[in-house]
Design a protein around this ligand. Structure first.
Ligand code: HEM
Length: 124
């Protein structure tokens, strides 16, 4: 349970990131700059806090190899999210492709995170 509680703050921040993302998307282009920045900064905060929490929990965890593979997958999704988000706002990439990446990456990332949480909680 203690392990699970470490996911609470990153989880809340992720829900906020998603909510601001859908809100931003709903208002359409040109993007509302305040919402765009809030979405981007909460996303950044989520990543920083998740990394801090994971580094605390990972010490001494079982199934470390699998957890690391899943963490790399989640990391790639985060890079894809930041890159596609920036490219959408600059209009430098085909919009539908960037938006598709920006919609698929959070799903893959959440699945990877849930599996990591399951592996960590199972062994705690
Ligand atoms: C953890 C990181 C992030 C997550 C989970 C996330 C998630 C989302 C979601 C779910 C949407 C709504 C997409 C839809 O309409 O279906 C969205 C929209 C958007 N996000 Fe993100 N996002 C993240 C990071 C970023 C970053 C860093 C940027 C900018 C550099 C960004 C820029 C945008 C933009 C511009 C939209 C509006 C897309 C549109 O035209 O509909 N996102 N985001």
């Amino acid at each position: 349970m203690d392990t699970l509680s470490k996911f609470t703050i990153p989880g809340i921040l992720l829900v906020l990131t998603l909510s601001f993302g859908f809100w931003l998307s709903h208002l359409g282009k040109p993007y509302n700059s305040a919402l765009f920045n809030v979405h981007k900064l909460i996303a950044l905060g989520t990543v920083v806090i998740a990394v801090i929490q994971f580094s605390k929990i990972l010490k001494g965890a079982d199934s470390l190899a699998l957890i690391i593979v899943l963490l790399v997958l989640a990391g790639l999704c985060i890079i894809a999210l930041f890159a596609s988000g920036a490219l959408m706002s600059m209009g430098k990439m085909e919009y539908t492709l960037a938006l598709t990446i920006h919609r698929i990456a959070p799903v893959v990332m959440v699945v990877a995170m849930v599996l990591i949480a399951y592996l960590l909680v199972r062994n705690s």
